[in-house]
Design a protein around this ligand. Structure first.
Ligand SMILES: Cc1cc2nc3c(=O)[nH]c(=O)nc-3n(C[C@H](O)[C@H](O)[C@H](O)COP(=O)(O)OP(=O)(O)OC[C@H]3O[C@@H](n4cnc5c(N)ncnc54)[C@H](O)[C@@H]3O)c2cc1C
Length: 397
């Protein structure tokens, strides 16, 4: 075969792979995105992703640039204040980080993942140069001098200058390319669900510390039935499984006790899902004719809304490097181009993972002296404006 089927083939149609397809298509690349599972695009359907994603400023700019934000902006809940509540001591301690102190823009915007998939799929369907293949599993990649040959699960073959591995934390493409990954756990799991509440959230994302890991309520837009938030509740593994299996009434009693009443009475909306909490980094982000992005490259505990935001930073960097290479007449899948991507991202990703790792360990602290230290640190961080502003900017990426 002489012709090339696409400039870029993306293995994985999760939120990261779909975003990459939209962003690269907007930069003029022809893109094929393949996933063995067609994206689930309604909240109640089997296999729907119950999580939400808080997009921080740089990610919103990227989504705006490729036209996706026109579809998403109206459905998103703005996050104006990040509140940390330490309810574990004799007196409750609160720290507010208000985006208004840094400028007019909110910290970010929160959207349900099923809705992201629905809008991203619709956007790709309307984008010339982008093609979504699902169901289609990438079964093998062979790097040739001028292209990658991609074998699909049904035996069909496709070719592209570059393959992007966006096939998730257990990436088969990463393993087949011989790239190792370091993974470590925390003995924690994250319970994810939607809660309705009596009081409005007023654009405040609240992280409550009491026992176990943090309990975080992230605003969702109100609907006809009232106020809603997406909740991530981190706990030691066995306790998380116990909570997930409880009858609904008992679970509601537990979650109301754990939320310390910050938004009034909470009721459960829909199901509960459990995620293992791990950190992971791939040894390299490049292989012959392949670039690794998103969870195929890095995984972090879900605190500070960093996971997909780091993935969008991967995609933004890669899109810039590929466009520059193309404009300079270079082959976008050449080793030198992909090595630039590895150098631009790997160190930054590692630094951020280590930062989130430290925050997660501090959030988990159960021993009394460590809890005191956490409360003290929170007081200093929130009470000293220059430190508070620096922390906010760091969190924004
Ligand atoms: C509880 C929780 C809350 C989170 N909240 C936030 C947040 O607020 N903000 C944020 O930025 N991040 C957040 N994250 C992180 C974010 O959800 C993830 O980074 C993101 O969803 C992962 O996206 P992904 O596309 O890399 O992986 P996945 O969603 O796992 O997608 C991988 C895709 O690859 C496909 N695939 C697998 N094998 C193949 C193959 N051989 N060929 C083709 N396709 C294949 C799979 O079917 C799948 O669709 C959170 C994570 C968790 C666990």
């Amino acid at each position: 075969m002489n012709g090339i089927d696409g400039d870029v083939l993306i293995a994985g149609g999760g939120v990261a792979g779909l975003s990459a397809a939209a962003i690269l298509a907007a930069r003029g690349f022809s893109v094929i995105c393949a996933d063995p599972v067609p994206p689930v695009t309604s909240p109640g359907a089997a296999g729907a992703d119950p999580r939400s994603t808080a997009f921080l400023g740089p990610s919103v700019a990227l989504l705006r640039g490729c036209g996706l934000w026109d579809r998403l902006g109206g459905e998103a809940a703005p996050l104006r204040v990040m509140r940390i509540v330490d309810a574990g001591g004799a007196a409750e301690r609160r720290a507010d980080f208000d985006a208004g102190e840094l400028g007019a823009e909110p910290f970010g915007y929160n959207l349900p993942n099923w809705l992201l998939r629905r809008e991203m799929v619709a956007h790709l369907e309307a984008t010339p140069g982008a093609r979504l293949l699902a169901p289609a599993r990438v079964a093998g990649v062979v790097a040739r001098a001028d292209r990658a040959m991609v074998r699909l699960g049904d035996g069909e073959s496709l070719s592209a200058r570059l393959v992007i591995a966006a096939d998730g934390r257990d990436s088969g493409l990463r393993a087949a390319a011989g790239i190792g990954a370091r993974r470590w756990g925390y003995g924690q799991k994250g319970l994810v669900f939607t809660a309705r509440h009596d009081r409005p959230h007023d654009g405040v994302s609240t992280e409550v510390h009491l026992t176990g890991g943090p309990f975080t309520l992230v605003p969702l837009p109100d609907d006809a039935r009232g106020h809603r938030s997406a909740v991530v509740w981190m706990e030691r593994g066995p306790r998380a499984l116990e909570l997930a299996a409880m009858p609904e009434q008992d679970f509601e009693a537990e979650m109301n006790a754990r939320s310390a009443g910050v938004l009034g009475r909470l009721t459960l909306e829909g199901g509960r899902a459990v995620w293992p909490i791990v950190a992971q980094i791939a040894d390299r982000l490049d292989a012959p004719r392949m670039a690794l992005i998103a969870e195929a490259a890095h995984v972090v505990p879900p605190i500070g809304a960093q996971g997909l935001n780091m993935s969008l930073a991967d995609i933004g960097t890669l899109a810039d490097l590929l466009a520059a290479a193309r404009d300079a007449g270079e082959d976008i899948g050449a080793p030198a181009v992909l090595a630039r991507y590895h150098r631009a991202r790997h160190g930054r990703v590692l630094a951020r993972i280590l930062g989130i790792d430290a925050l997660n360990r501090a959030a988990m602290a159960e021993a009394r002296p460590l809890r005191r230290l956490r409360r003290l640190g929170l007081g200093v961080l929130s009470g000293v404006p220059p430190l508070r502003h620096a922390a906010m900017r760091l969190g924004l990426g």
